[in-house]
Design a protein around this ligand. Structure first.
Ligand code: HEM
Length: 228
């Protein structure tokens, strides 16, 4: 059972993608309700994470295995960010791109909300193991999260907003290094190489899609070459 649970994040991408495909409109229309419900769940989970860390919880969070993996071990936030990432990877006007782009902002916001209990639960473990990769991803995400809300985005110049959100590439890289380093260095079970290979395949496929889009994109004429 533990073996399957260690793949929770990867497995959860599938139902989450199906939800986005079939219920994306509902999420988009009711985004604030989703944020409020998620923030309440994340807040309760964060309080539990703090109590678990200071040893006053009275039970082990691992007794609720699926929730433990999804919320406290970072698998839910990972699944959200994979979809956020691939929204930028698929070909323009393709069906998956349209479905993912419709709720990209919402998924990024929800992914960040669910990152908070994971970060709270494991920050001491991460920093005492001298692994700051997740923390770097988290810190870079803060301005991206804040400026994802439409009301704040509207106050920014579109070019300034786009320039700021290019930092998302550093976040993706840090998430990959986070997952790879944890599996290759920190974990000891026999399936860690399988997980590392799957994470590499996911991020490698995304890089391949981005490169392909970049190569196939019509080249913009520079102002110099258009002047004869
Ligand atoms: C302050 C930020 C973060 C901290 C302190 C942190 C800390 C950790 C630690 C210590 C582990 C290892 C847990 C263990 O082996 O028992 C872990 C695992 C994990 N983290 Fe993070 N993390 C952070 C950010 C992130 C981010 C941004 C993501 C993805 C969006 C993420 C996704 C995961 C996943 C999926 C695992 C499980 C990996 C596996 O078992 O294959 N974490 N994190």
């Amino acid at each position: 059972m533990d073996h399957i649970l260690s793949f929770t994040g990867m497995l959860f991408i599938v139902p989450l993608a199906l939800f986005v495909y079939y219920s994306g409109k509902h999420l988009h229309k009711n985004e604030h309700t989703y944020y409020i419900v998620s923030a309440i769940i994340a807040l309760v989970a964060t309080v539990l994470a703090v109590l678990a860390q200071i040893g006053t919880l009275g039970f082990s969070l691992e007794n609720i295995p699926v929730l433990y993996q999804l919320i406290f071990q970072g698998h839910l936030t990972f699944a959200f960010f994979v979809l956020v990432m691939f929204a930028g990877g698929f070909k323009k006007k393709s069906k998956p791109k349209i479905a993912l782009m419709r709720v990209r902002r919402e998924m990024a916001i929800l992914g960040f909300i669910f990152l908070i209990p994971h970060a709270t639960f494991l920050i001491i473990t991460a920093l005492s193991a001298l692994n700051p990769t997740g923390t770097i991803a988290f810190l870079v995400m803060i301005p991206l999260f804040v400026t994802s809300f439409t009301s704040i985005r509207k106050k920014m110049h579109p070019l300034q907003w786009r320039k700021l959100h290019k930092w998302a590439y550093l976040v993706y890289l840090m998430i990959y290094v986070h997952l790879l380093s944890i599996n290759l260095i920190a974990q000891e079970d026999e399936l860690r190489f399988v997980r590392a290979a799957i994470y590499t395949a996911i991020f490698g496929f995304y890089t391949y899609l981005k490169m392909k889009n970049y190569i196939l994109a019509p080249k913009k004429e520079s102002p110099k070459s258009s002047v004869k």
